[in-house]
Design a protein. Structure first.
Length: 366
């Protein structure tokens, strides 16, 4: 089936929002890359009926082999007749009779940790994942770490499991200095800064990152935190005030996709010692922009970094502070990490992710 055109349905519901982060960025990048790499296939971007109120945010690929439609679980006979395979990129798949289903699982932190999810939510996720494992023909994981954590909770035959890492968008890489400077000026960031990019939340370890900044000399470039406030953000803001950081840290909120490359490229380093990641896309994007990265020894980050980041214990503010100081003060280390990072980013592209995902579609149909 590899050379036979396919009719692919993709649950694009995660795209129906103004600010796209995390999984919604994964779905967007995958869809756009499939459009570049599989021009003979026909793709239907399917939005759950509950997303109709967000119609203005639906993503439409302006290519003749892409269409958009609404669907509702349990009421999708017409959808079942119009696709050969259906992909749920956000760990959800509808009931479509005999249509083969593919699902992507990004992380399972809700099953692993009481710290990040209440028991009721964890039990709900267990049921969802068990149902997913029972009905999907193939399960895709963005890292071996996520795969192994999932399988420790819900065993699945290895023949039905695939690891397909995320990638870097073509727009990341060498950034025009003037355009980057204009973007940073518009965002209001200083000339020198450390960057944290992601949800401002407990799981992203933002409190310890602020504590690490407080341990560094006042001459250290300030920390710019770019991302929406999520569960645990109150703790982060309390820590900011408690530590009296003032101008040594600033919160940008959500940053549009078009400004991300400029933000990465201008940073002295990306500081990303998260407590748990299913993949850690900011690490890869920073690599592509030539920015050295401080990541953690936790979750999938060592796997994603592939030896191209400085890894520290995320539970130690002292270790994070020491890591930042090393990145800023050791020119040889920075040069080495930048070169390794660019090479690592070149290995993982969204076009490559799309081709590997499309191969799973063909395998599911066959």
């Amino acid at each position: 089936m590899a050379g036979t055109p396919l009719r692919v349905g993709i649950d694009a519901s995660a795209l129906a929002k103004k600010e796209r982060t995390g999984i919604s960025r994964y779905v967007l990048s995958l869809v756009e890359a499939l459009g570049r790499t599989a021009p003979d296939d026909r793709f239907t971007l399917c939005y759950r009926l509950s997303r109709l109120r967000r119609l203005r945010w639906f993503h439409r690929v302006r290519k003749p082999n892409f269409s958009t439609r609404l669907f509702q679980d349990g009421l999708a006979p017409f959808l079942a007749r119009s696709v050969d395979v259906f992909h749920g990129p956000d760990a959800r798949v509808p009931r479509l009779g005999k249509v083969p289903l593919v699902a992507t699982v990004h992380d399972v932190f809700s099953l692993d940790s009481k710290e990040f999810a209440e028991e009721g939510f964890r039990e709900k996720k267990r049921r969802i994942y068990a149902d997913l494992a029972a009905r999907a023909r193939f399960l895709l994981f963005v890292s071996t770490y996520s795969r192994d954590r999932f399988l420790s909770h819900i065993p699945v035959e290895k023949e039905r499991v695939r690891v397909v890492p995320e990638g870097v968008e073509p727009g990341f890489g060498d950034v025009d200095p003037k355009a980057a400077a204009d973007a940073r000026r518009r965002l209001g960031v200083p000339g020198e800064y450390l960057l944290f990019l992601g949800q401002v939340s407990a799981r992203k370890n933002a409190v310890r990152i602020l504590e690490a900044v407080a341990k560094l000399p006042g001459s250290t470039p300030p920390l710019v935190l770019a991302g929406p406030r999520k569960h645990g953000s109150e703790e982060v803001l309390d820590a900011y005030h408690r530590l009296g950081l003032g101008p040594r840290a600033m919160f940008l909120g959500h940053v549009a996709d078009g400004d991300l490359a400029a933000l990465y490229a201008g940073a002295s380093a990306l500081v990303f010692p998260s407590l748990d990641e299913g993949f850690g896309l900011p690490v890869l994007e920073a690599f592509a922009c030539g920015t050295p990265v401080l990541a953690s020894t936790a979750g999938a980050l060592p796997e994603t970094a592939g030896g191209a980041a400085l890894l520290v214990d995320p539970l130690s503010a002292d270790a994070i502070a020491e890591g930042i100081a090393r990145l800023l003060g050791d020119a040889a280390l920075r040069t080495s990490l930048v070169a390794k990072g660019r090479a690592r980013a070149a290995e993982l592209t969204w076009d490559g992710t799309a081709r590997r995902t499309r191969a799973v579609y063909a395998e599911a149909v066959a």
